[in-house]
Design a protein around this ligand. Structure first.
Ligand code: TTP
Ligand code: MG
Length: 380
């Protein structure tokens, strides 16, 4: 087995940092993003807040009324998800420019595997036998990983004017916990530069002093039960046998046995985005005019087929969308046995689906759409 090196990158106080970037007058002020505090009577929660506000004890998921009490002078803002999604897309594109194996886990965090077998440009393998017969990465290889993390941070800062932190470890769990250790306020030599590296041989010791709630799979309820028996740290959990852990965590017991020893076998799963090409039309007035409907539908199918052909793409699933009066929307789809790139097949199958709509539902039609899901060409 080849030892892995995984980076976990997470933006610092993401929503709040984006808001600060957009409105420089908020700099150095406590900023809380979340529900309307309504002068302390608001009922929602805090999405996040910047580090100035965290000094007052405000944190994510806290009732907004409590945040108001702790820090009434903060700038309170509603979340602007559309903006955060756009910024997130830019950040993920920057990261993807550095590595092929990227798993985005939320708007502001991603795992990056930097030594997959397929990627020789970032292949950092250097044969040295590890304790479990693994091929270990050399010290230089880990240093190279740290440089890569710093380059990503630098480019995100230059292009998006936003800061992030990185954890680097031999697996996802250790990388994520290392990233938390890298977060602001950055103090001490290891954390001062926003990257914390925990090498394979350090992972077990790194985990030991952590509070049990830092472990994925241990929430507040389980932690409360464990604490009653004086299990407070990961080191305490190491006293339990695999059997004991199975009693406590069921099927996840054996995984927990490994996790408390710094081992996590979950792989980085780059998302395989399913793309599709689609066109739709809304009629000026809801209609049942058969001629208009068929003509419009044929045009849509043709446009989709032409766009696929232009890009040299094949499809396997065709979807037809029909919105009737009153916004009632239905879809029907057909998956072919084999991928195809034939315009005739697309039109024929789409029209069959559409005719089923016409016979099943007599209401006037407001919108029509055709969509084809792209299939890998290698399957043809
Ligand atoms: P996080 O990465 O968990 O938090 P953060 O980026 O605000 O702060 P940190 O520096 O500690 O990473 O979450 C990312 C965004 O997700 C966060 O900016 C707002 C949103 N979020 C919520 O809306 N509710 C929540 O409970 C949490 C934890 C996050
Ligand atoms: Mg974050």
């Amino acid at each position: 087995m080849v030892e892995r090196i995984i980076i976990h990158l997470d933006m610092d106080c993401f929503f709040a940092q984006v808001e600060e970037r957009e409105s420089p007058q908020f700099k150095r002020k406590p900023v809380v993003v979340g529900a309307d505090p309504k002068g302390g009577r608001g009922r929602g929660v805090v999405s996040t807040c910047n580090y100035e506000a965290r000094k007052f004890g405000v944190h994510s998921a806290m009732p907004i009324s409590q945040a108001w009490k702790l820090c009434p002078d903060a700038v309170f803002l509603p979340p602007n998800f559309e903006l955060y999604s756009r910024v997130s897309e830019n950040i993920m594109n920057i990261i993807r420019g550095f590595a092929e194996q990227v798993e985005q886990v939320s708007l502001d965090e991603a795992y990056i595997e930097i030594n997959p077998k397929s990627d020789h440009s970032t292949s950092l393998r250097s044969p040295r036998a590890g304790s479990r017969g693994e091929v270990r990465n050399s010290k230089q290889t880990w240093e190279k990983a740290e440089k890569l993390a710093q380059q990503m941070r630098k480019e995100i800062l230059q292009k998006e004017k936003l800061k992030c932190s990185c954890g680097i470890g031999p697996n996802k769990m250790v990388a994520k916990i290392a990233c938390e250790a890298a977060k602001p306020p950055r103090q001490g030599s290891g954390q001062a530069n926003g990257v914390v590296v925990v090498r394979e041989e350090e992972a077990e010791k790194f985990m030991e002093p952590l509070d049990i709630e830092k472990m994925p799979g241990i929430g507040q309820k389980t932690a409360a039960i464990l604490r009653q028996s004086n299990f407070n740290t990961v080191a305490d959990l190491k006293k339990l046998s695999e059997h004991d852990l199975e009693d406590l965590f069921g099927k996840r017991g054996s995984e927990m046995y490994l996790r408390v020893r710094g081992i996590d076998n979950n792989s980085v799963e780059p998302e395989h985005e399913v793309k599709s090409v689609g066109k739709e039309t809304t009629f000026e007035q809801d209609t049942r005019d058969p001629e208009l409907l068929i003509r419009t539908f044929e045009q849509l199918a043709k446009q989709v087929a032409q766009e696929l052909a232009k890009e040299g793409l094949a499809f396997k699933t065709i979807t037809v969308v029909c919105r009737f009066s009153g916004f009632e929307t239905h879809t029907k789809d057909k998956t072919l046995k084999e991928p195809s790139s034939s315009e005739a097949v697309l039109r024929e199958e789409a029209i069959k689906l559409f005719l089923r709509f016409l016979t099943e539902n007599q209401k006037p039609i407001r919108l029509l759409g055709v969509r084809a899901k792209i299939a890998p060409k290698s399957n043809i």
